[in-house]
Design a binder for this molecule. Structure first.
Ligand code: PLP
Length: 388
């Protein structure tokens, strides 16, 4: 017998489906030079401070006296202390090192965390949504409530009209590129405290926030330490999509005890993030590291600005791209998001991500990412302008 819940998953993981379509088009049209503004992978290399830390860590591994085998389950102290100091204390947030769990990235943790929940808990997700939250709960046989995020509500989910036990929130948002301001996030924390609900807050794009009234962490909101778990990733913050490192904050003050449970789960099923990755992550908190990753983020955000200006100039309605590396673009009336994907691929040789792949409310939109090079981004924009 197999887990029948897998049969309820949508056909293919969204990005596998896109890759399949692009491959088929390339086979038909080998001369086409395709530019991807689709999958959210970065293009800029690791910053020098990180590269130096990786070399140093590799050298340590080459000598018996400094060689490291299995590391501590929750991550090395040097990294957890740096996280506490720079990501939390510097913002006036009181988080302790034993509330931090270093991981190999936010995908595993956002996907795995639901293992701590009862089978019958009511899960709410925003729609459109990062597919991992939905699929991991479908695999576990849970029902999901969708909270539509549309232009009419400014892409901010309204509070559920029925009780839910768990809410996944991701801000800055993938895919819409929109944010929740302090007041909006306060509403969610109040709801969770009142309903005894748990917020699973994905802050993977926190480093892209430019606006002052957008919280970088849910723990900036009073009461969040009683009701929220927060996921972080170095993937987009510092180009770690290939290095792999992130962390999850599980406060000991949550209204249900999850810190010890998550520790039990991780120590059973996860054997730690590599020493090299953790040293690499530590390096982004040094003064040079901070400056260097900021410069790369500014590079991507300049792409976002160019894309917003150019697309709006062409008459598109564009959301996001101000505090996030994603733009959520309304497709022409009468076209579906997959229809627009096909048209963009065939006419302009540009790859986007169809909004419908992120949930029913994503229909009518496509997501474009600012993670390309300047050259490719500009070229893609010229082609969209000329060919569509
Ligand atoms: N959470 C969101 C919202 C993401 O968009 C992504 C990656 O695209 C992740 C988590 C996964 O990040 P990681 O590379 O750390 O696994």
């Amino acid at each position: 017998m197999i887990n029948e819940n897998y049969k309820k998953l949508s056909g293919a993981y969204l990005f596998s489906e896109i890759a399949r379509k692009v491959k088929a088009y390339k086979a038909e049209t080998p001369e086409a030079e395709i530019i991807s503004l689709g999958i959210g992978d970065v293009t800029q290399p690791l910053c020098p401070a990180v590269v130096e830390a990786l070399h140093k860590a590799a050298d340590e591994m080459a000598v018996a006296a400094t060689f490291r085998g299995y590391g501590p389950e929750r991550g090395y102290d040097f990294l957890r202390n740096a996280i506490v100091q720079h990501d939390f204390q510097a913002r006036g947030i009181d988080i302790e090192a034993d509330e931090i769990f270093v991981s190999d990235g936010a995908k595993s943790d956002t996907g795995n965390f639901q293992e701590l929940l009862g089978k019958d808990v009511r899960i709410a997700v925003t729609d459109p949504v990062y597919p991992v939250y939905v699929d991991s709960n479908v695999m576990a046989g849970r029902e999901i409530v969708y909270l539509p995020c549309k232009a009419e509500n400014g892409f901010a989910p309204e509070l559920p009209t029925e009780h839910v036990d768990v809410i996944y929130l991701c801000y800055p948002n993938n895919p819409t590129g929109t944010t929740l301001n302090r007041e909006q996030l306060e509403t969610w924390v109040e709801y969770a405290l009142k309903e005894n609900a748990l917020i699973l807050y994905d802050a993977a794009y926190e480093a892209y926030i430019q606006s002052d009234d957008v919280p970088h962490s849910i723990y900036e909101i009073t009461g969040a330490k009683e009701c929220a778990v927060e996921f972080h990733s170095y993937s987009k913050t510092a180009g770690f999509t290939g290095i792999r490192c992130g962390y999850t904050v599980v406060p000991k003050t949550l209204h249900i005890e999850l810190n010890a449970m998550w520790n039990r789960r991780q120590s059973t099923k996860f054997n730690g993030t590599s020493y090299l990755s953790q040293r690499a992550a530590e390096a982004i908190y040094t003064p040079e590291g901070k400056k260097q990753i900021r410069a790369t983020i500014a590079y991507y955000m300049e792409n976002a600005r160019l894309m917003r200006d150019a697309l709006m100039g062409m008459g598109f309605t564009v959301y996001g791209g101000v505090d996030a590396p994603y733009l959520w673009v309304k497709v022409s009336t009468g076209t579906t998001s997959w229809g627009f994907f096909d048209m963009l691929l065939h006419k302009a040789n540009v790859v986007c991500t169809p909004g419908a792949g992120f949930g029913p409310s994503g229909e009518g939109y496509v997501r474009l990412t600012a993670f390309g090079t300047h050259e490719n981004t500009e070229k893609a924009l010229r082609r969209i302008d000329n060919k569509l």
